[in-house]
Design a protein around this ligand. Sequence first.
Ligand code: UDP
Length: 329
Amino acid sequence: MAILVLGGAGYIGSHTVYELIATGHDVVVADNLTTGFRAAVHPKARFYQLDARDHAALSDLFAKEKIEGVIHFAAYSQVGESMSNPLKYYDNNLYGATVLLQAMQEHDVKNIVFSSTAAVYGEPERMPILEDDPTKPTNCYGETKLAMEKMMYWASQANGLHYVALRYFNACGAHPSGQIGEAHNPETHLIPLILQVPNGQRQKIAIYGDNYPTPDGTCIRDYIHVSDLAQAHILALDYLLRGGENNVFNLGNGVGFSVRQVIDTARQTTGHAIPAEIAPKRAGDPAQLVASSAKAQQVLGWQPEYTNLADIVETAWQWHRTHPNGYEK
Ligand code: UDP
């Protein structure tokens, strides 16, 4: 039996595929390569280029492969873009998930682990955030992920789907082998953008707002290494295959860093001055997002390995320094 990783050519998907293969799983990757890269797919995974909205292609895949569980990453994930083009997000994220669940139901595949996000909480009322805290997304990206969670819930009530939703905080870092890492086009995420400065690709980093209600005025996020996220997917899948109940877990380190602190860490790691300038706030950004991951630790036995921001930034730097243009030659 194999695991289907939808979106396995993307950032978190590709790292999860590497971990699945390292732990002896048979892996099938499907990706439309809109934002993913063929070169990011582990050579031992069987690859299908298809779109999650393509019902016929998904049905063919389920007919050909014996799939016991699905890990679903395939979605758009940029906060800013989701605010200017919300329908693009509804179409890919929600319609894609609908078609996937339909195809799974038709082929009697019951187990799914899927990427959700801290953005489902919106502007949180308390810190750290617990899984049963209110969900009021402040951006369309988070809204579509929350709607996907609800879709899984109702499908589970009606036809016995088993699901785990993993709400990631800020994914960052790269595989310690240096073979795969973060590559977005255009890049919008803080750490890769900062590292473009010492890489000679950018003059300075923009800080999106410095009058948030935080100690230094810049936004606070909980940065979690992509390899730790990958491990959590494997634990969640094992949990479902053992008969674990439907569940939702936060995944973060439980420690918040401001944008300024992240820039300072990158200055220390790279030895570069990395000039920064204050820029307007980005629409939809909450001031502070920090996870409580106690539930994932207790129920799944998850224990993040990279608990130090400097170590995380070091793995990111190793990747970006050696792959300044990502997967492109
Ligand atoms: N950010 C920033 N400058 C940038 C990119 C991001 O100040 O060039 C800030 C952004 O406003 C947020 C944090 O860095 O507070 C992390 O943003 P990112 O896009 O990496 O992740 P998100 O929190 O949106 O998932």
